[in-house]
Design a protein around this ligand. Structure first.
Ligand code: ADP
Ligand code: MG
Length: 743
């Protein structure tokens, strides 16, 4: 921590406090990303206010005007002055409430945010009042005293000129015509879940509403009135539940489309604890089942409502609160996936039975129209007039007919039907995952290893702790009960990413690289970084050879890497896709070369379990939240960015004398850019640590026993000690060993 003053050291650049309104506007822009996010917040507020009727009117895709009117309980006169201040809410008063909160919003951020990026006017009346009040807000405060006015029951909130002070945002949004479509889509989703509420959505001034739903006790009716008969008549009811705290606790019910529903895009309307959210992992898992069972209807319509213990849902992960994380997400997703699979299979089988009954000629093998939907047939084969035996061979001894598994002929006796069912199942499995059975065992073993090595004391800390802040580049300060801990975020994130790589195995979403990166060059880069001092020509030749061999090797393994780990390498040997291990997190791309080298060098390709383990470890190391490669511009690291005597790199004395004369201006600019790049990288990392790493750890991490003794967790003796001894981080090594072993 000591700082050696050098005579030549110039004053560090002054740090300005940003104007508060700018800070607020930036924060607000994060909460309200587009008009549709404002509408969502407003409608959720209306639902929270127990409204039975909510109507939305929109002008210019929401940029000119958003108006949401409800018949809810209204807002008390006394509350109007603070209504739009940040962190004012009627729904949450202490941190613990977050765990059990049932209402939609809770941060008290939405209305405030809107006043920083638009002009907000509220008209409201509470029960028993003779008149209502109207008041406008700007930058969190009332523009004038509330004015008495005539009002009907409830609240109307109007936002005008959204993003008037964010020119770039306004411009990008102006060019996009789909914001109104997004709003209509949003209201449609609300309408089929909250079926006891009347919803309407229209363009301002239009007579016709684009969404118009009337409260009904029947979900199917609601779906019919919003999405139309063609959707409603092709839905199958679905339910699942689990109540085993050691695996998962949830209830799910919903509707999914059958083989007759054909669309270009999947529609997934998902409510978790009555909140409209997204869960990419679940959506993907269901799509996979459809693709395998109903290839022709592979873009389903899904409505699902899942109820979980509130403390199992992390809703606080993102300002827009859209993508959620669930405790035991993998288990829940898998259970729902298998229910969907069996529902789809049963629906096909039962239809085959029905059609069998009406089939006239038992001697001619036939394919029902539903079966035709199951698998792609050669073009022109759709016509029912073509005898089936000319389309596909039905001889069950012929293993070549790919369609066999899907075809039932009504000459089958019950026993044969059974075996054919087995064939369907195994074929579905095969398509879903080429080597599922084999893989699952070794992956399952690795996951079991993680579970069995989990340290219960640390698990408790990870689940319950409060993140205080970063103590230095690597250690975060955590509070758990009355103790403070230092926790090594690099180790923690590495382990978390490793475990995620195992848990999401073969079910990853992808990060697409903006440009495919040639493996060979990546490996060369990594090799050059490895030994800077051995710069000879021979050495370069050797490196070329190593790079070639490794690139070849990875190309050979491409299929497996893609299928199981979503690491996509094209036939030219370019890396173009990487897996998402944690939603909302992308790794530091500066570390791609090292990762690729590590895949080539450190992975055991021989034995399956070791192979998966070492690839997951390589991913873990790559995705871990290492300190950015650019030195930390705050504190001591700032010297790196200073021009003059110290050179560009303080470790690199050779270069230091070259910065003189004309170069200075250019260099100034260069250094300035570098500095701001570094600032962004470090700020970004800190954001990720707080908002992605810690919430996800709470949900997913099983800290291994080794972390209790290898310095990953370090207990600070006591809070008083911390305050007494200023040099506690450096000098007090006693806490390194303290406590954890006993825990
Ligand atoms: P949050 O919903 O997170 O509490 P908001 O900024 O969305 O924060 O709203 C702040 C408060 O304003 C709410 O807690 C609620 O008391 C009140 N409020 C907002 N909209 C309405 C509404 N339509 N009807 C009644 N009260 C409302
Ligand atoms: Mg709200």
């Amino acid at each position: 921590m000591e700082f050696e003053p050098t005579e030549e050291v110039k004053e560090p650049p002054r740090i300005h406090r940003l104007d508060e309104s700018v800070v607020n506007r930036i924060a607000a822009g994060e909460v309200i990303q587009r008009p549709v996010s404002a509408v969502k917040e407003l409608v959720e507020n209306s639902l929270d206010a127990s409204s039975t009727s909510i109507s939305v009117a929109v002008k210019d895709g929401g940029l000119k005007l958003i108006q949401v009117s409800d018949d809810g309980h209204g807002i008390r006169y006394e509350d109007l002055p603070i209504l739009c201040e940040r962190h004012t809410t009627s729904k949450l008063s202490k941190y613990e409430d977050l765990q059990s909160i049932k209402s939609m919003g809770f941060r008290g951020e939405a209305l405030a945010s809107m006043t920083y990026v638009g002009h907000v006017t509220v008209t409201t009346i509470t029960r028993g009042q003779l008149h209502g009040y109207r008041v406008s807000y700007r930058d969190g405060v009332m523009e004038h005293e509330p004015k008495a006015c005539a009002a009907v029951k409830g609240t109307q909130i109007v936002i005008e000129n959204l993003f008037y002070n964010m020119i770039a945002r306004r411009k990008t949004l102006q060019n996009s015509t789909d914001d109104y479509t997004k709003i209509v889509d949003l209201l449609s989703r609300f309408a089929i879940h909250h079926i006891d509420v009347n919803f309407s959505c229209r363009k301002h001034g239009a007579a016709r509403a684009d969404v118009h739903s009337v409260a009904t006790p029947s979900r199917l009716n609601a779906i019919k009135s919003v999405y139309g008969l063609s959707v409603a008549q092709n839905l199958i009811k679905i339910e699942a539940a689990d109540n085993d705290p050691s695996s998962s606790v949830f209830e799910m019910d919903g509707f999914i489309s059958n083989s007759n529903y054909v669309a270009k895009k999947t529609t997934m309307v998902l409510f978790i604890n009555d909140r409209l959210v997204e869960c990419t992992a679940l959506k993907r898992a269901i799509e996979v089942v459809y693709a395998a069972t109903l290839p022709k209807a592979s873009k389903p319509f899904i409505y699902m409502s899942i109820i979980l213990p509130p403390e199992h849902v992390d809703v606080n992960m993102h300002p827009t609160k859209r993508e959620v994380s669930l405790l035991n997400q993998e288990v829940i997703v898998e259970k729902i996936q298998s229910v969907v699979e069996s529902v789809l299979r049963n629906s096909n089988e039962s239809r085959t039975f029905q059609e069998q009954a009406v089939e006239a000629s038992p001697s001619v093998p036939s394919v029902t129209s539903n079966d035709l939907n199951l698998s792609p047939l050669p073009s022109g084969s759709k016509s029912q007039k073509v005898p089936v035996h000319k389309i596909v061979r039905t001889d069950s001894t012929d293993p070549a007919g790919r369609l066999h598994a899907y075809l039932y002929s009504n000459t089958q006796r019950p026993l044969e039907r059974d075996s054919s069912l087995t064939a369907v199942r195994s074929s579905v499995r095969q398509r879903r995952n080429l080597k599922e059975t084999a893989d699952l065992t070794s992956i399952q073993e690795l996951i079991n290893d993680v579970d069995s090595k989990c340290h219960s004391g640390l698990l408790d800390i990870v689940r319950q702790c409060t993140y205080v802040g970063m103590a230095d580049d690597v250690f975060a300060l955590l509070q758990h009960n009355t103790h403070l801990y230092l926790a090594n975020v690099v180790n923690l994130s590495k382990e978390l990413m490793y475990q995620q790589a195992l848990r999401r195995f073969a079910h990853f979403n992808a990060i697409q690289l903006s440009e495919p990166a040639p493996l060979h060059e990546l490996i060369m880069l990594a090799l050059k970084e490895e030994d800077l001092d051995l710069e000879s020509i021979e050495n370069d030749d050797l490196k070329e050879k190593i790079a070639d061999m490794n690139a070849q090797l990875l190309k050979q393994k491409a299929e497996m890497l893609e299928e199981y780990f979503c690491i996509f390498i094209d036939s030219d040997g370019n890396l173009s896709r990487l897996p998402i291990l944690l939603d909302q997190y992308t790794p530091d791309m500066d570390r791609v070369p090292e990762f690729v080298l590590c895949l080539g060098n450190d992975v055991d390709w021989e034995e399956e379990k070791n192979c998966f383990q070492s690839i997951a470890a390589a991913l873990g190391n790559f995705y871990a939240m290492h300190p950015p490669l650019l030195p930390n511009p705050s504190g001591k690291g700032l010297e790196f960015y200073r021009k003059g005597k110290h050179g560009k790199n303080p470790q690199d004395g050779e270069n230091s004398s070259s910065h003189v004369g004309d170069g200075i201006a250019i260099e100034d600019e260069f250094e300035h850019e570098l500095l701001s790049e570094a600032e962004t990288a470090w700020a970004q990392r800190e954001w990720s640590i707080q908002h992605v790493l810690f919430p996800s750890m709470r949900l997913f991490l099983k800290p291994p026993n080794s972390m209790a003794v290898n310095g990953t967790f370090v207990r600070v003796a006591s809070l008083e000690k911390l305050y007494k001894d200023q040099n506690w981080i450096k000098n007090d090594t006693r806490f390194l060993e303290a406590g954890l072993r006993k825990d």
